[in-house]
Design a protein around this ligand. Structure first.
Ligand code: G4P
Length: 285
């Protein structure tokens, strides 16, 4: 499937991120647990070379728990500090705080040895659009009582949210873009709803999604759409779903476009169960 979408703000956002990077010690990178590699920014390793790094597998509540565990193990083996998170409910937030301390342990110790006290570790959140950056920052801010206001050297408009004695978080996330050139990556991002639907052919996308579900989660399809024939060719399954849900055109023809929208919404919202679209490279499935 060919997805044509070139975000116009990329250069500006990248520059803003680079500016913010000068102010911080640790990058908290968010990815979508349903597609952790596809939703990862390809530049982040280069940008974050000099920084401590934490990776949050966000929306873990929507992802397959067995896959979450595989990803946790895989990223840990790559040397990342990893936390599974549901930023919407706040589940996992405490582990994030602990992991920040752990990841920055060296700096905290160094400061302590030099007699520097009360110098909090400074963090920023980064990730591609829609991975949950704002939700995470809001949740983080709710737990802390203070915004510390503008400080000298802070990028204009930015504020620091003080979580506790040890950690301050920049309230503006770093936005970067995924690897759109890779069609498979783009398809996965579209399936999890990270790409605006208006630029896509929904029926083609739904057919891709159905094919994946038939291969990996056939029971979820069968139980959600009981009464429809979901096992056949994706286009036929879509037509059968249209009939089941009474998405019909004027002459009684199945309205596969409507059915596609319905299926994609079910897939993205978790109504089809907890789903992960990709697993770590070494794990065959
Ligand atoms: P961004 O800043 O990275 O662009 O993402 P943002 O926080 O705006 O989150 C994008 C969508 O993902 C929001 O849903 C948000 O509620 C949802 N979300 C964020 N974290 C999680 C999570 O851990 N689990 C789940 N299930 N959802 C999460 P929305 O539909 O766009 O908005 P709303 O309906 O929540 O208002």
């Amino acid at each position: 499937m060919n997805i044509q979408w070139y975000p116009g703000h990329m250069t500006k956002a990248k520059r803003a991120m680079e500016e913010s990077l000068r102010l911080i010690d640790v990058i908290i990178e968010l990815v979508d647990a349903r597609a952790p590699l596809s939703s990862r920014n390809p530049d982040i390793d280069r940008l974050g070379r000099q920084k401590y790094r934490i990776l949050l597998l966000n929306k873990a509540d929507l992802a397959d728990e067995s896959a979450n565990l595989l990803w946790e193990k895989w990223f840990t083996a790559q040397g990342c500090h990893v936390v599974k998170l549901d930023a919407r409910s706040g589940s996992g937030m405490r582990a994030v705080q602990e992991t920040i301390q752990e990841a920055c342990h060296e700096k905290i110790e160094r400061d302590r040895r030099r007699g520097i006290q009360n110098r909090p570790v400074r963090a920023m959140v980064a990730g591609i659009p829609n991975v949950g950056k704002s939700t995470f920052i809001n949740s983080f801010a709710r737990k802390s009582c203070t915004k510390t206001g503008n400080k000298p050297g802070v990028t204009k408009g930015n504020q620091w949210i003080r979580l506790n004695r040890n950690v301050e978080l920049l309230d503006t996330p770093g936005i970067l873009w995924p690897k759109f050139e890779d069609a498979l990556v783009a398809t996965r991002l579209a399936l999890i709803g990270s790409i605006n639907d208006n630029v896509l052919n929904r029926e083609e996308l739904a057919a891709e999604g159905l094919r994946f579900m038939q291969d990996h989660y056939p029971e979820s399809l069968a139980s959600r759409y009981e009464g429809a024939e979901m096992g056949g060719k994706p286009w036929e399954a879509l037509a059968s779903l249209a009939v089941l849900r009474q998405c019909l055109k004027k002459g009684g023809e199945p309205d596969t476009e409507k059915a596609a929208a319905l299926f994609l919404e079910d897939l993205r919202s978790g109504r089809l169960g907890r789903i992960t679209l990709e697993i770590p490279p070494e794990e065959n499935r």
